[in-house]
Ligand binder design. Structure first.
Ligand code: G3P
Length: 198
């Protein structure tokens, strides 16, 4: 029962729409501007870099906290995985936003920061390299989730591979419009054009 409550709590925490709340505090509805996403990238794009960083940290916490708590409770790894995945589902399909939400990348980083820090560190480097090379956060995000299952194997942490594959499918699904834009050469950079030109 405790673990079921943990998973439900993770979903509710994941549902807290920090990007939407912070955006509204800045006078922007992120669902109606930029990419329409409530995540850190679109907040950086529509409200400025520091606002994006604040949302990144808050969304990271939504993934980190439930997994950290599950591990502190010595929950079996399937429950740890479920708690992490519930936070991601909450972020993407928030009960507070009529089951809409973000694309789960910052929250994914939080989940794996608690569960498998070394594979995550390498995946994050790949993500940053992809963003630096392309200018597109979406490409970095896809590199991160694509590399995680392989890195978990390489670092001998196979217990979280099922979670990483579920995360990969969820994040690809949430990025389906980005993937289309990338294929057409129409993806939005993380900065607004006006900012980029300054
Ligand atoms: O973390 C979300 C990022 O991968 C893409 O965001 O706003 O460019 O769709 P956005």
């Amino acid at each position: 029962m405790t673990y079921v409550l943990l998973v439900l709590g993770a979903y509710l925490l994941g549902s807290v729409p920090f990007g939407y709340v912070v955006g509204r505090l800045c006078g922007v509805d992120p669902r109606k501007e930029g990419s329409g996403n409530t995540g850190a990238t679109n907040l950086a794009r529509t409200c400025g870099l520091w606002v994006g960083i604040v949302v990144l940290v808050l969304d990271f916490g939504k993934g980190f906290l439930p997994v950290f708590l599950a591990l502190e409770m010595n929950a079996p790894w399937p429950w740890v995985s479920l708690a992490g995945f519930a936070a991601l589902v909450g972020h993407c399909y928030s009960v507070f936003l009529c089951f809409r939400g973000g694309k789960a990348v910052a929250t994914t980083i939080g989940v794996f920061a608690a569960a498998a820090i070394l594979p995550l560190a390498v995946a994050t480097l790949l993500c940053v390299a992809a963003i630096a090379a392309s200018g597109f956060v979406s490409l970095g995000s896809l590199a991160l989730v694509t590399s995680m299952p392989l890195l978990l194997l390489a670092f001998d942490s196979p217990r979280y591979i099922a979670l990483s594959i579920a995360v990969l499918l969820l994040v690809y699904w949430r990025h389906r419009e980005n993937i289309g834009r990338l294929a057409r050469g129409e993806e939005k950079p993380w900065r607004r054009k006006k900012q980029a030109e300054e």
